[in-house]
Design a protein around this ligand. Structure first.
Ligand SMILES: Nc1ncnc2c1ncn2[C@@H]1O[C@H](COP(=O)(O)OP(=O)(O)O)[C@@H](O)[C@H]1O
Ligand SMILES: [Mg+2]
Length: 402
């Protein structure tokens, strides 16, 4: 069993060998099933309701046989906040939700019975009206970039590759224009094994090897300018937008970075299970180095200093609801993406400097990733700004399309 703490995985650690094996098997299966994919797509699109009903009956039978357990409420420590919010919103709408447990573990697979009797089976979150055929590639950052580029939606320059030599070619191409580079597993999440701010070939080689540890295909792309925004589209509508801030402090002209971090960490919002203190670690020193300062430097009054390279909440990252501030042209772009994807639940990671200004004047900006089971709980508990019940919106959409 994999036990050693992995700095590149962060707190949501995955077993490297199993992750790579799983992805390799998935990619191989994709290649071999290409000829029958249109048939599978046809069945999924046209018999969604029947498939859900059959799976529902099968899972209920397995629970009668005591092979699996069906839990009627979330586990306080084993279920995620996403599952808890989804469950709570379902209860409020008289929707009966159960979770599949196997070998004393919740599987994040849910059964739901709507008030009109319709049965659903889903992973993580329901997909009102059924899956879109695009769901099969939406999670793949490499395929997404190619498709979005063709459709005219902004994405970072770059490509995906299996080998270091191909990766190096892409890296050199990006560096020709002076941009910094990001290297990450093409299939991945939670910033695992992702390196940003890459400038030298040595840094690139290290980053490539790190990304390759958990997946066979690596994305090498231009680093976009700005902040990561999480844009959620439900039923083709803009449901919520959060700005996800990396850990940062603001100078007062007197205190050192170290003391500013200590002060920032005393914020009571960081003492909950949702947000956390900024850790003093290598990531902090790497971020400070980019800004040519260290922990003892004294930033000017009002100067914003980034003190980490990852935006995750466990790394001291925070977020702000900015749904009402999105410029109309950016909103149009997001709605156009939803129309193109034809999927009822989309979480975009979109990087842009200012969401209040049109995207066309802020290149390079764009989508770096699509999340098909986004953490809707983030919107329910933002660090600041209006809390939004996106799980409730999702269930309302499920009821509307039922
Ligand atoms: N092209 C990019 N430009 C700038 N930052 C990026 C880029 N790609 C990824 N990142 C950073 O790495 C993080 C993780 O990348 P992402 O593509 O969202 O993968 P995942 O969330 O699945 O790990 C992002 O939240 C962002 O901070
Ligand atoms: Mg992401």
């Amino acid at each position: 069993m994999y036990k050693t703490f992995c700095q590149e995985c962060g707190p949501a650690e995955v077993p490297h060998f199993l992750s790579k094996l799983n992805q390799t098997v998935g990619i191989t299966a994709d290649i071999f099933t290409t000829p029958i994919r249109p048939v599978v797509r046809f069945i999924i699109l046209n018999f969604n309701r029947q498939i859900d009903l059959l799976t529902y009956c099968l899972l209920v039978s397995l629970s009668f046989l005591k092979i699996i357990k069906l839990a009627t409420k979330p586990s306080s420590d084993l279920d995620t906040d996403r599952a808890k919010c989804m469950w709570q919103a379902a209860n409020e709408r008289k929707i009966l939700v159960k979770e599949v447990w196997f070998l004393a573990k919740p599987l994040n697979i849910f059964l739901a019975k709507l008030p009109n009797g319709k049965r659903l089976v889903f992973e993580g979150l329901p997909r009102p009206g059924g899956d879109s055929p695009n769901l099969e590639w939406m999670d793949n950052k490499g395929v997404m970039k190619i498709k979005f580029r063709r459709a005219g939606f902004p994405v970072p320059r770059g490509d995906s590759c299996f080998t270091l030599s191909k990766g190096m070619k892409i890296f050199r191409e990006i560096r020709k224009n002076g941009g910094m580079t990001v290297v990450k597993p093409t299939l991945g999440s939670r910033s695992r094994h992702t390196r940003i701010h890459i400038k030298t070939e040595d840094e690139f080689i290290t980053a490539f090897k790190i990304a390759k540890q958990i997946g066979p295909v690596v994305s090498v792309e231009e680093e976009l300018r700005g902040t990561v925004f999480r844009v959620v589209l439900i039923g083709g509508k803009l449901a919520g937008v959060l700005r996800r801030d990396p850990p940062f402090v603001v100078g007062d002209g007197q205190k050192s970075v170290r003391n500013l971090v200590i002060e920032t960490n005393s914020d009571e919002r960081r003492q909950s299970h949702v947000f956390h203190a900024i850790p003093f670690n290598e990531e902090m020193d790497a971020a400070l180095q980019i800004q040519n300062i260290n922990r003892d430097s004294v930033p000017r009054f009002g100067e914003k200093i980034i003190v980490g390279t990852k935006i995750g909440r466990s790394q001291g990252g925070t977020n702000v609801d900015v749904t009402d501030e999105v410029h109309l042209e950016n909103k149009k772009l997001f709605l156009d993406i939803a129309k193109y994807l034809k999927d009822p639940l989309i979480g975009l990671d979109f990087i842009i400097e200012d969401i209040k200004k049109p995207w066309r004047g802020q290149m390079p900006c764009g989508t770096i990733e699509i999340n098909t089971i986004p953490f809707l709980d983030l919107h329910m508990y933002p660090f600041s700004g209006t809390p939004r019940d996106l799980s409730g919106m999702l269930w309302d959409e499920a009821l509307r399309t039922a």
